[in-house]
Design a binder for this molecule. Structure first.
Ligand code: SF4
Length: 170
């Protein structure tokens, strides 16, 4: 039993190390657990939009803090140990849109899961990774056959394109 527990612990450490390594290679910060006071959260009236990038989005909330506008994205469901990459990119996109719209660069954005909040630092590396993702999406828009980028059936089950997608996993 002790060996089994030890083995499971080693596997968990390996998976955590591997996911952190992949995230570092992609230039994504892992996210730092923080406490936030929801009473200070406000909302935007209109979505943010950047014509040059063809990017639009509306954070769930905005915190005004020391002259900065910090976007907050609220997620329901399971609280992960570390924020999902797609959620990191989403918050990064809000940081980018806030900088483009208001001329002030947020130092970070927040992801609010049911049991934990993460601060995701909006670094120049994260911004570059986001811009590369956006460029890749624009390239893919012109292609007829785009290969699936994951092996996650749950992601397909929650996808709005599954009715028309010929690569769905479930
Ligand atoms: S249904 Fe298709 S588009 Fe949607 S996540 Fe799955 S593979 Fe991607």
């Amino acid at each position: 039993m002790l060996y089994l527990a030890l083995l499971l612990l080693l596997i968990a450490i390996f998976l955590l190390w591997q996911s952190n390594r992949q995230r570092r290679q992609a230039g994504l910060p892992g996210g730092r657990v923080v406490y936030t006071d929801t009473r200070t959260w406000g909302t935007l009236e209109k979505p943010l939009y950047d014509h040059a990038l063809g990017l639009t989005g509306k954070p769930d909330y905005i915190i005004e803090q020391q002259g900065q506008m910090i976007p907050v994205e609220v997620k329901t469901g399971r609280t992960p140990e570390a924020p999902y990459d797609s959620h990191i990119y989403q918050v990064a996109a809000y940081c980018l849109l806030i900088e483009k719209t208001y001329g002030k660069r947020p130092a970070y954005g927040l992801i609010h899961y049911p049991h934990r909040d993460f601060a995701v630092h909006y670094t120049t590396e994260l911004e570059s990774a986001l811009l590369e993702q956006l460029a890749e999406m624009r390239r893919d828009e012109l292609r007829r056959d785009v290969p699936r980028s994951h092996e996650d059936p749950a992601r397909c089950r929650g996808c709005g394109f599954r009715k028309v997608c010929n690569q769905k996993l479930s």
